[in-house]
Design a protein around this ligand. Structure first.
Ligand SMILES: [Zn+2]
Length: 429
């Protein structure tokens, strides 16, 4: 028997965690209490260690029929990259949580580990129904070597969140394969940021894919996830929210400066949109801003994690309540590329008009790669899920496919992060 808890209530998941561990046993067969993270056991005084994470995931995998933990890769320092799958065998809807791509931003990972445990043990009807229809996929530690060293990059100093086009890192490659194989409807990417009071200091900032190649309906659904669900859920729990990368006037709230949020495709937030998922980046504030937090690091740490948990509650409610909309918009976006129509954007963003030179108004219908080029980039194309056609001893990469806009981003010499410069073909029969 598992213990009962209502997950889909107004109560933040943090409240739930406390309920789970203090509630009386639900029955005589209830032998094992849900495991707690190192962070919870220390009341926020320290982060969960990687051996603790491994034990927690093993326990949850054994105890819960709805949880499956698999290894999706191995880092340069031989640490495992793990994917946790929570839900029924085959669900139409999938949500992917990517936690702490930056190793020195640990709070997202803590929120993910707590969420895995809570979803695994929840027995209330709403959560069970949710998990019958939606699989929650979690990469709890997206950068294990960086977490071990408390560094932003991996052990080679590479920022994994700038590697989602090039796929040079084991971490980036593992994640690309998950996105290719699972085709998540929602990709939710948890980070932390350093505040600059009084212009940029909310408890949480989030941002949707600004990349102009994002299907308009996917883009609008992602913005609605932020503005109508995640931010209100965080607000109801007492956390302030805003738009990532936008400094605001502390008195009027008007935007005064943009420090991030460009459309560049190699960030997971933007590539999620290019790959037709409803993407959201979310960042909790590292810095203590109250006097109590300044003298109590555990209190500061708990706010960093609890604010993420409150926002995650909004995400889970959105996934549950808007499931039909999300499925419809992602399915339409995935199919749209087969029509091979419309411009492809090499620059710009939803709040920045692209330079005319950055717009392929009438893009090529394919790019031809020589055998040498294909030998060099074939693995990466396959990891992205880009389809190719054998032509003589080389390949042709048609734009007429689901990931249409990604093709020029990878193979056009004018794209900022192209893998190789293919020969543009303008006539495909
Ligand atoms: Zn980050």
């Amino acid at each position: 028997m598992k213990r009962r808890a209502a997950l889909l209530t107004a109560t933040a998941l943090t409240g739930l965690a406390a309920t789970l561990v203090t509630a009386p046993a639900a029955g005589a067969h209830d032998t094992a209490a849900p495991p707690r993270t190192g962070f919870e056991l220390s009341h926020g005084a320290r982060w969960t260690t990687q051996p603790e994470e491994r034990r927690l995931l093993e326990t949850v995998d054994r105890a819960s029929a709805r949880v499956h933990v698999t290894r999706i890769g191995t880092t340069a320092q031989q640490r495992p990259l793990r994917l946790v799958r929570i839900g029924a065998e085959r669900t139409p809807n999938k949500v992917l949580l990517v936690c702490s791509q930056h190793g020195n931003e640990p709070s997202g990972r803590e929120a993910c580990l707590t969420t895995i445990r809570d979803l695994a043990y929840a027995e209330d009807r709403d959560t069970r129904r949710f998990l019958d229809r939606t699989t929650v996929l979690v990469v709890p530690t997206a950068n294990p070597d960086g977490r071990a060293a408390d560094t932003r990059g991996n052990s080679d100093g590479v920022d994994i969140n700038r590697d989602h086009v090039a796929l040079k890192t084991a971490e980036g490659r593992a994640l690309a394969a998950v996105i290719r194989d699972e085709r998540p409807d929602i990709i939710y990417d948890l980070h932390e940021y350093g505040a600059t009071p009084p212009y940029y200091d909310k408890d949480l900032f989030d941002l949707w894919p600004r990349n102009l190649n994002t299907d308009p309906a996917v883009h609008d659904t992602a913005r609605s996830l932020s503005q109508d669900h995640v931010r209100p859920a965080a607000g109801a729990a007492g956390y302030s929210t805003g738009t990532y990368g936008i400094w605001t006037d502390p008195v009027t709230g008007d935007p005064v400066r943009q420090t991030a949020g460009d459309g560049q495709e190699r960030i997971l937030r933007n590539l999620s949109g290019v790959k037709h998922a409803v993407g959201l980046l979310i960042e909790s504030r590292v810095d203590p801003l109250t006097d109590r937090e300044k003298v109590d690091a555990a209190l500061n740490n708990r706010r960093r994690v609890d604010s993420h948990l409150a926002a995650l509650n909004g995400l889970i409610r959105f996934s549950s309540e808007q499931r039909g909309t999300v499925e419809a918009v992602t399915a339409r976006a995935r199919a749209a590329g087969h029509a091979d129509r419309g411009p492809v954007y090499l620059g710009g963003a939803d709040n920045e008009t692209p330079d005319p030179s950055e717009v392929l108004a009438d893009p090529p219908c394919a790019y031809r790669l020589t055998p040498g080029q294909y030998a060099e980039v074939g693995d990466e194309l396959a990891l992205h899920g880009v389809r190719v056609q054998k032509r003589g001893d080389g390949v042709l990469v048609p734009l007429r496919q689901s990931l249409r806009a990604l093709v020029p981003l990878l193979l056009d010499g004018r794209a900022a992060y192209h893998l190789t410069e293919g020969e543009a073909i303008t006539s495909c029969r």
